[in-house]
Design a binder for this molecule. Structure first.
Ligand code: ATP
Length: 309
């Protein structure tokens, strides 16, 4: 189980304070998978870092596998496996197996036990045949699987995965998701991702973050029901506030994919189709804001003209 209780983190750079995480509370039940979703800078990685005891919260606390991240750091570390993409996780010249044996031996395993466990985790992630290949020859997909293998060495009850499919091609990402699903049956997992496919397929609970705050939470059906139907419409003009719903721009018309409940914001429109919402629709509705719309519009048009404001 993972439970955050009014957790906050403020970074100070010179005289400026950045509230990266602002009073966030959520719970991921034991042996289920949760996902933190939100734009760049929303605070996802900061939460993962606090849960893995790499940084200390400014206030609040969290329980990981029942242990407090502020009072029982050692127990928390023993309970988690962490997969991130931002650091150099392995020795480039060592083989996959040598790397894993090295990390397993750091867990107080004898050399023969470390070797045994390294082979087991390689097998779990489907890299057995590649054990004797140096890490530097690994593709991004293989590197990510090896990172997962490393996180599994101690068979931790909790896995924290920070953007685990970043940079993977669609097939590798699909295989990685399948692996996470298989491993996740008896683990509590919290992941972050910008890919709605990851969230759609893996997360039983979704926490939407924006500017450090949790702005919505639920399973995908709750969130989709909350949004209601989406309608694709063709319009000649639209108010700036609806810019985030534009999916296609032509010389003399726009196509918007807009929640039904916001349709009356439009003056004239021609309905193209009506659909159940996707998670991406929910994300755009809850996360995209007016500043984003203005930015998007500027990029589309290469300027600032031709719309209501
Ligand atoms: N060590 C740090 N020192 C100062 N500011 C930081 C530090 N780490 C993160 N921040 C700031 O905190 C905010 C949240 O960052 P964080 O990396 O948690 O966002 P994120 O949601 O993971 O974004 P991304 O999707 O880009 O990975 C950002 O404004 C970031 O610049």
């Amino acid at each position: 189980m993972i439970k955050t209780i009014d957790i906050s983190k403020t970074f100070k750079i010179k005289n400026k304070e950045i509230k990266a995480v602002d009073d966030v509370s959520f719970e991921i039940e034991r042996n289920s998978t949760g996902a933190l979703v939100g734009p760049n800078g929303a605070g996802k990685t900061t939460i993962i870092k606090m849960l893995s005891t790499l940084i200390i919260p400014s206030s609040g606390d969290a329980l990981v596998n029942g242990y407090s991240i502020t009072k029982e750091e050692k127990k928390v570390r023993e309970s988690i496996g962490l997969v991130t993409v931002s650091e150099r996780l392995f020795y480039y010249r060592l083989t996959a197996l040598e790397n894993l044996i090295f990390f397993a031996s750091l867990q107080n395993l004898s050399l023969s036990d470390a070797r045994k466990r390294a082979k087991e985790v390689l097998e779990i992630v489907g890299l057995s045949e590649w054990g004797n290949i140096p890490y530097m020859k690994f593709s991004t997909g293989m590197q990510r699987k090896l990172a997962l293998a490393r996180a599994l060495i101690t068979d931790p009850p909790v896995l924290l995965l920070d953007e685990p499919t970043l940079g993977l091609d669609p097939l590798s990402a699909r295989m990685f998701r399948d692996l996470v699903r298989r491993i996740g049956r008896d683990k509590t997992i919290l992941l972050t991702s910008h890919y709605m496919k990851d969230i759609e397929e893996l997360a039983e609970k979704i926490i939407l973050l924006k500017k450090g705050k949790a702005i919505a939470e639920g399973n995908k059906d709750n969130l989709k029901n909350y949004l209601g139907k989406v309608i694709e419409v063709e319009v000649n003009e639209y108010p700036l506030t609806l810019g985030k719903y534009v999916v296609q721009t032509s010389t003399n018309y726009y196509i918007l994919r807009i929640p039904e409940k916001e349709l009356d914001e439009l003056k004239d429109y021609r309905v193209i189709k009506e659909e159940e919402p996707s998670l991406e629709d929910v994300y755009i509705y809850l996360i995209g804001d007016v500043e984003d719309s203005a930015r998007l519009e500027a990029v589309r048009r290469g300027g600032w003209g031709g719309r209501w404001g």
